[in-house]
Write a protein that binds this ligand. Structure first.
Ligand code: SIN
Length: 281
């Protein structure tokens, strides 16, 4: 296995590795370490089926199912991230900076996407390194975030805070909205430690974080805005231009990601699997 960084800060191409055949223990551990180090792994030209994708996902942790997003009819472990060519001027799944489902007690450890159909141009995905974001924080913000917890809320799925119709994803992503359990506030540390690498990362979510503990939404907003601007600075990011057969794995504990919605008129289909994480500490 050869690893080639794609930027100075995040992401690596995995080269000279065939993901269509089972990995031995040594290669699997090498892959987990690569993810700990680079946070996002890109593998080109992988001709794999959904069963093999699930096996690859399980290298990183037990398979986990998503809240509120309906999986494939014939496979509850796989979600089709799909936008049809005629779904224009609608939101896209993941079309804002976020980590996945941080309003859960145990947010996912990470996810895997496999590209089945991609637009000729556009539809890229960006990731931002939250370990570097933490390390590069100005001193005043570091002092502010270190002992603190923040409130995460499954707002886009809840009853009280469901988003307006026009910002919702298109019909091809089937979501169950209006779930009262999504209206429960969940406290997580603003700085979390990765369970394997022991590295510290910022854990705030532009979609789901509503405020800091013991602070109002209004008082939290300007500080969150300053933090989000810092957390998504270009030097912390990588951007992936998808090709059919690409397999991408990312660490959800230490990254944010963003699906760019700039390909109206073209079909885009990726299969998505997820591995479990733990309660952030
Ligand atoms: C997501 O999982 O947030 C979607 C990523 C993508 O479609 O690029």
């Amino acid at each position: 296995m050869r690893l080639e960084p794609v930027t100075g800060g995040i992401g690596a191409d995995v080269l000279e590795t065939d993901f269509s055949v089972p990995f031995g223990d040594r290669s699997a551990e090498q892959l987990r370490r690569a993810l700990d180090q680079y946070l996002v792994l890109f593998v080109r030209d992988q001709n794999i089926d959904r069963m093999r994708q699930k096996q690859i996902t399980a290298i990183f942790g037990p398979l986990s199912r998503l809240p509120y997003v309906e999986p494939l009819d014939d496979d509850p472990d796989v979600v089709a991230v799909l936008k049809e060519a005629d779904e224009v001027k609608v939101g896209v799944f993941g079309g804002d900076w976020h980590s996945d489902f941080s309003f859960l007690e145990c947010p996912p450890g990470g996810s895997v996407l496999h590209a089945v159909e991609v637009p000729p141009v556009g539809g890229d995905t960006l990731w931002a390194n939250q370990i570097l974001a933490y390390e590069a924080l100005p001193e005043d913000l570091k002092t502010f975030v270190n002992p603190r917890r923040a409130v995460h809320l499954g707002a886009p799925y809840g009853v009280n805070y469901a988003p307006p119709e026009k910002t919702r994803s298109g019909r091809s992503i089937r979501m169950t909205r209006g779930d009262p359990t999504a209206d429960i506030e969940r406290l997580h540390p603003v700085v979390r430690t990765h369970p394997r690498s022991a590295r510290k990362a910022l854990f705030l979510n532009p979609i789901y974080t509503t405020r800091f503990e013991d602070m109002s939404v209004e008082d939290s907003a300007p500080i969150l805005a300053r933090l989000y601007a810092h957390m998504t600075r270009p030097e912390l990011c990588c951007r992936h231009r998808w090709r059919v057969g690409d397999l991408v794995v990312w660490d959800n504990r230490t990254t944010l990601h963003f699906a760019v919605n700039d390909y109206d008129g073209f079909r885009r289909l990726l299969y998505r699997t997820t591995f479990a994480g733990e309660s952030p500490v």
